[in-house]
Design a protein around this ligand. Sequence first.
Ligand code: NAP
Length: 361
Amino acid sequence: MKAYDFVVARDDLQQCKLIETQLPDAAALPSDALLVRVDRFAFTANNITYAVLGDQLKYWQLFPAPQGFGNIPVWGFGEVTASNHPGVAVGERLFGYFPMATHLVIEAAEVSKRALRDGAAHRQGVAPVYNAYARVTGDPAFAGRQGDHQALLRPLFMLSFLVDDHLAENEFYGAQRLLLSSASSKTAFGLAHLLQARADLKVIGLTSAANVDFVGSLGCYDEVVTYDRVTSLPSDSPVALVDMAGNSGLREKLHFHFGDQMKYSGRIGLTHRSSSPDEPELPGAKPKWFFAPDQIRKRAKEWGPGGVDKRFGAAWSDFAPTLDRRLKVIEGRGEGPVTQVYLDTLQGRIPPEQGHMLSLL
Ligand SMILES: NC(=O)c1ccc[n+]([C@@H]2O[C@H](COP(=O)([O-])OP(=O)(O)OC[C@H]3O[C@@H](n4cnc5c(N)ncnc54)[C@H](OP(=O)(O)O)[C@@H]3O)[C@@H](O)[C@H]2O)c1
């Protein structure tokens, strides 16, 4: 069997190609190594952000590619096809961070009943979550459509969960209205879903004209406003902005409109890929990046062992059943469909109700 990687030019994300790679010899794996066949992975705007920040946040170093190219990390499932680790059997199913590829060699470390870690030297220096694999063989929550939902949304929903928690902990910075940009994105509507359960808050989704109907249909926003109408919102009471779009022009417009009533301005995403490196000083709260690992560390200390997992698990259990009606899963297999979904996601051409599950096998 042959092995393939899907790689993109780091300095021009429009350029992408499938390359043939050497399939590692199962009989010659180093000790503790696993050969994993990458079965199925999700692809959303979040993966494009990994590419945009590939150098800055070290995403490119996780899955090496030829000079000038990068392999974009994706969340998905793999099956162990050869194992040189006594505690991991052939046939096991893993959920975690994979390359866009047919195969991955994992240097299994810290193998426990429910998880293991890739201890490869080149994968260190990033947040631990990117090297952790859940052992999900036979777990119905990670199989079939539920499994697709996990790959498409679970990592994003962790961010939604942490932002909701951070805002609640800070009493929403005194705001009763929350503005979420790129409201149609999975990360945003996961957050809107959580905020809906909080009393006395109004959750306002900001989106493009084409996505208004979808955002309205989600049922978790109190109001939907298109980007060209944001200045029609009343500016006489406090607001907090959670920014998934990362659009400098939009942020500037919002800050000047709300002025001192802008009590919080959290930068989360870059879906619009329209961030200017030199933004002017803006009125209201200073925009700052929300750094998820900081909130996890803080809560891990305060909530004790398993505390974050337990609360996140409860939130996910409430959110997951809503996904069947909110999302249409579309499968794509092979070079053509993978290339198409990659380029369409890059260009913002994927309708928000679609969730793409891909495979290069
Ligand atoms: N900081 C963190 O730790 C963290 C964690 C999770 C996610 N995020 C970020 O949150 C963002 C959302 O990710 P997601 O996977 O949830 O997104 P998604 O579901 O794929 O979002 C799709 C939406 O994003 C907007 N969009 C996407 N590509 C665009 C383009 N090329 N031009 C204009 N608009 C575009 C459109 O929304 P609108 O029309 O509504 O604008 C589109 O409906 C990403 O930037 C991701 O990296 C950050």
